[in-house]
Design a protein around this ligand. Structure first.
Ligand code: SF4
Length: 219
């Protein structure tokens, strides 16, 4: 008999989707551990360390998910695409009837079955030591998925201009699916800066995504 695939889980919890197109939708979040990017503003640093995660089979993950009252599931991280079994997880969740979102930075391509591909490519200037913006990978990912969104995490106007340059240079995305999100990991910072990012979104005619979980101070 083959070895049962397991995935390292940082946490599984029930909350309200705080970002993007499905903002406000009650959802189960399956947070896979491990991320090679190490963004300085990361608000889930506790998920970086694989050695602290518990490993669960896909059946066990489905069992834990089924205990929580939501039809929407978000597979997130960390960076879930580092795990070869992530495609099997999303397929199993879809087969179980869930609406599945996968959150990824878009640095690794994998075939995954989901209802919403949620990309959060990192601006090259914010992580200069890593090749964070990979147009070939992003192109393959969005070719697989009818529904997608692209969230650029920005802190200032030069970040917005950099995002626009990438959008113009590579012409990968339908602009209606692109949004700006304030770079914040704490409510106090978010409260001071979200309005500025919203005004930049207005200025450059891009969609703004709030971060509702920070505003509400919930997980
Ligand atoms: S890609 Fe996401 S999980 Fe990884 S370090 Fe950056 S913000 Fe954190």
């Amino acid at each position: 008999m083959g070895k049962i695939a397991t995935l390292p889980i940082a946490e599984i919890f029930h909350s309200i989707q705080g970002e993007g197109k499905l903002i406000g939708v009650p959802s189960v979040f399956i947070r896979l551990a491990g991320c090679p990017l190490r963004c300085p503003w990361c608000d889930t640093q506790y998920a970086w360390d694989l050695s602290k995660a518990s490993r669960f089979s896909i059946d066990q993950i489905l069992e834990k998910t089924a205990l929580l009252p939501a039809r929407y599931v978000v597979v997130t991280g960390g960076e879930p695409m580092i795990h070869s079994a992530v495609g099997r997880l999303t397929k199993s969740l879809s087969n179980a009837g869930y609406h599945v979102t996968i959150e990824t930075s878009g640095v690794i391509y994998r075939k995954v079955q989901c209802d919403l591909l949620s990309l959060s490519p990192k601006l090259p200037s914010t992580l200069p030591d890593v090749k964070t913006y990979r147009p070939a990978v992003l192109r393959k990912l969005i070719a697989d998925h009818r529904e997608y969104q692209v969230k650029f995490v920005v802190a200032n106007e030069s970040h917005v201009r950099e995002a626009l340059e990438l959008l113009d240079e590579h012409d990968l995305f339908d602009r209606r699916n692109v949004m700006l999100m304030p770079q914040s990991s704490a409510f106090s910072h978010y409260r001071r800066h979200a309005g500025k990012i919203a005004r930049l979104a207005q200025k450059y005619d891009l969609r703004f995504s709030p971060r509702l979980h920070l505003e509400l101070q919930i997980k």
